[in-house]
Structures are given as structure tokens and as C-alpha cells.
Design a protein. Structure first.
Ligand SMILES: [Zn+2]
Ligand SMILES: [Zn+2]
Ligand SMILES: [Zn+2]
Length: 143
């Protein structure tokens, strides 16, 4: 069977004609691909969301949600505390579903401290995240 040399520079491993890399370099190549996808996500996609946060579309939606929630943190209110809202949070995150970026049923007014707690739950596990998303959605179901 004809053989060729691994595509990686400096590697003399013989591989079959169908392969591009030897096993070792195939792993390295895949790891590099994963890494560049990850960097793509961090830079390109985040640029996308950064410009979104400055768009008229978002600023108008944000003002609308703030008015709907009467300028208060909905989570604090559910604990019978009155706290001014500081931001509008995406229950399903932008990176998860771009289509829901201005959907009122996906947006909730929060204070900074509640917002930090919400994101801490999101990070704990998928289960904690789903529970928190469910709770937040139930708090705004009337609008
Ligand atoms: Zn190799
Ligand atoms: Zn709060
Ligand atoms: Zn958030």
C-alpha cells in the first residue's frame, strides 16, 4: 500500500494516503482547531454583541422593559424588597439565541447584585441555569 509522510512540519511518520496527519499530529491539529473556534467566539461573536448593546434597537427595548418593570429589580421585588433596576438581563443569553435579543418575554430588569447571583447560577451547572431561567420567566409571565 502506498504511504506518504505526515503533513506536520518536521514529522517523518508514514501514514496512509487517506490521512493528512499521523495520529499524534491529528490530535494536535484538532486541538488547534478547537482553540481557534474558541477565540473566534470570544472576539468576533462578542464584537457582535458589543455593537448590539449600543444599537438603537437595544436601547429602545431596554427602555421599554425598564418601563414595564417600573424601574425596579424584579427579583428583589419577588422578595418584597424595593431596589432600582440597574440593567436588563437576557434570560436566554444572546450567545444561546440571537433571535430572542429583543423579545420582552426574554428580558428582565435586575439590580447588579441580583444580576451577579443569576450569572453565578448560570455558571454552576446546566440544571441550575435552567432552574434559574424558569424562575425568571415565571416572574415576568404577566407581561
Ligand atoms: Zn506527524
Ligand atoms: Zn435585585
Ligand atoms: Zn445577564
Amino acid at each position: 500500500m502506498p504511504k506518504k509522510i505526515c503533513y506536520a512540519r518536521g514529522c517523518n511518520e508514514l501514514i496512509s494516503m487517506k490521512q493528512t496527519y499521523c495520529d499524534k499530529h491529528k490530535k494536535i491539529h484538532e486541538e488547534e482547531k478547537r482553540l481557534s473556534n474558541y477565540i473566534y467566539d470570544l472576539t468576533i461573536r462578542d464584537k457582535n454583541s458589543t455593537s448590539f448593546y449600543h444599537s438603537d434597537e437595544w436601547l429602545l427595548t431596554r427602555a421599554d422593559i425598564k418601563a414595564k418593570d417600573k424601574g425596579l429589580c424584579v427579583l428583589c421585588l419577588s422578595n418584597k424588597a424595593i431596589t432600582f433596576m440597574e440593567l436588563v438581563h437576557h434570560i436566554t443569553e444572546l450567545k444561546e439565541n440571537w433571535e430572542l435579543r429583543c423579545e420582552p418575554r426574554n428580558l428582565i430588569s435586575l439590580c447588579n447584585s441580583c444580576h451577579n447571583e443569576v450569572h453565578a447560577e448560570y455558571k454552576r451547572s446546566n440544571k441550575h441555569k435552567e432552574d434559574m431561567q424558569h424562575k425568571l420567566k415565571s416572574l415576568i409571565k404577566d407581561r
